[in-house]
Structure formats: structure tokens, C-alpha cells
Design a protein around this ligand. Sequence first.
Ligand code: 5GP
Length: 177
Amino acid sequence: MKIQIDEKDFGLMLEYEQIKKRIRLIGIQLTVDYENKVPVFVGVLNGSFMFLADLVKEVTISAEITFVKVSSYDGDKSTEKVKKEFDLSMNLKGRDVIIVEDIVDTGITLRYLLDMIKKHNPTSVKVCTLLLKPKSLKENFEEIAYVGFEIPDEFVVGYGLDYNGLGRNLQDIYRAV
Ligand code: 5GP
């Protein structure tokens, strides 16, 4: 199936049913890994809002949820400059933190977030990302513990991810064609 967003063509890549199934499994894994802990999920806005909402519903242990907002993309290009739009509103000292990302591409945003969060002296920091582009990664992160799908180096939209601000509300994920 093809769609157009802001005059750019996109083709279907991942259907919501497939995404939901994968999230269910990650939720079970998190529930086991963080048993007897009360982790803090740090959602990275804007892109992760939909993933985070579906993910935490599959986690059955007690947990807290907070958000940060950063931006680095301009249209379909990474600017390599990360900007903090709003900061963490919570002290993460001594906490088990799970950063929830929509997508890790070059890893520049993740490096920025990890450095920022580690300054709080949390007990542990892990990363849960729905999508990972392994070929674009500029460094290897031992913190990336949960990955929904590894995808090729293509621009994607939908399920929280945008193109020029549009397409975030799509249920499925589409690739630029
Ligand atoms: P990185 O810093 O790892 O290169 O990029 C991370 C951020 O860039 C993501 O959180 C996301 O906002 C944006 N991004 C990276 N790849 C894509 C993509 O394929 N589609 C969209 N819509 N955003 C992307």
C-alpha cells in the first residue's frame, strides 16, 4: 500500500499487528528483568509517545513514566545537532532508568540523552527502542538492551514518527519510496 505525505511517497513497512506482537514480547521481557524494581520509563518526545503508551500497558510491574523532549531532525535529514526542548522533570538519582526511543539512527541523540541522564547518578540505564538502523550507528551502545525491529537505512514514518511534522498518527510504519 502506498501513501503520500507532504507530496512524498511512502510504502508499507510494518503493520500495527506486527508491532503490537513485538511490543507484547518486550513488555514480558521488561516485566521479568525489572521484577522487584520500580523502573522509570523516560519517553523521548515527540516520536516515542505511541510506542511508550503501548509498551507500558504490557509491563505489569510498578513503574513511573516521565518525558524529555529533544530534536535533531529537519525534514528527513539528521542535523547532527541535538537541541533540548524540555528537560527531565524528575530526579533519577538511584533509579533504574529505561530510555524509550522511537528510533535510533546515528546514535547522536542517544549519546546526548545518556550523558544527560547519567549526570543524575541513576542505579542503571538501559535503552528500549522500537526501531534501530544498525548500518547508520556511529558508535556501539551497551545500553541498548531492547530493540523492536532492526531496519535498513531508510527514512520511515508513522506510529509516532513524522515527516515534516506529519504522519505521526498513522498506525502502521511506512518507508520512503
Ligand atoms: P539519531 O540521533 O540516532 O541520528 O536520530 C534520532 C532521532 O532522529 C530519532 O529520535 C528520530 O526523531 C529521528 N529519526 C531518525 N531516523 C528517522 C526516520 O527514519 N524517520 C523519522 N521520522 N525520524 C527519524
